[in-house]
Design a protein around this ligand. Sequence first.
Ligand SMILES: Cc1cc2nc3c(=O)[nH]c(=O)nc-3n(C[C@H](O)[C@H](O)[C@H](O)COP(=O)(O)O)c2cc1C
Length: 304
Amino acid sequence: MDEQNTKKAIAYIFSGTGNTLTAGKMLQRSLPEYGISLDIYRITVDLEDLPDPNDYDIAFFAYPIHAFNSPQFFLHFVKHVPALHADKSGMPAYIFKTSGEPFRPNNASSYSLCRILRKKGFLPASDMHMLMPYNIMFRYPDAMAKQMYIHTRHMAEVLAEKAGEDLIEKPSFNPVTVIWAYLLRLQWFGAWVNGPLIKAKADQCTGCGKCVRSCPTHNISMVQKNVHGEVKILPKFGGKCTMCMCCTMDCPTGAVNPGFLTPWKVNGEWDFEKLMADDSIPDNWTDNENAKYFKLFRKYYRNN
Ligand SMILES: Cc1cc2nc3c(=O)[nH]c(=O)nc-3n(C[C@H](O)[C@H](O)[C@H](O)COP(=O)(O)O)c2cc1C
């Protein structure tokens, strides 16, 4: 593809535990086939290097579903994205989101996002729902995680093709699901309350500071604490938590307990490369007779 035929795209991605970013990287690999190069901007509270969408031809907005909604932190961020100038107005904004489950209550999660994007001059052009293993509640079987990864890669290829062909699929929302999602915004309040309740277990925490560096809202600082007569440097959690689970999931020693979500704690990053390389792990778990709960996902995989 010569430079004249290359379109420039920007993806604004919020990702707590990496699933949505993984999907974004899949998209980044698929887009060049359609003459589109993609810059990825991972959203944090720092806005200094925020790319201006007016420098691009296409935009992508991506987030993990939290309690059937877009995370509040993500919506606040989108409000900071510069509005489009008159000559760029109507630029397609392709939305993709990841979540652990395919069920209908998740379908209205982009409602507020679309409203904000329209006000800024974007044309919401998709609301693609990709599945990735949960980062909360319980750990998915490896075979399920593998199936999700492979299918999300396929979805990323489909999304790249849509963008390449300027296909606009205006998102539409069922009013009942929108109301349901609004009610579940209680989770936003829960995130603030829960933030200061997050604790790192003193006997397990090594003070490595990984949680501090990776927290997208800069909610964690290292402080000196006296533990049984010994001074230790331990993380302290504040009130800006967005409940993305990054600190809990990625802690190398599993020391972080996420407040009232501790019974639902999942620790340990997914190593998708390892799952993909292991041929003994099947990749069609939802068809398996032992799939139990995951049999409910069959409809999603049949229809997408
Ligand atoms: C606080 C919280 C709420 C969540 N709520 C939902 C939900 O309502 N529906 C769902 O299917 N998945 C839900 N999930 C799972 C995430 O959407 C899923 O793990 C997602 O892929 C995480 O993406 P990330 O790694 O980019 O942060 C929730 C996760 C968290 C941490």
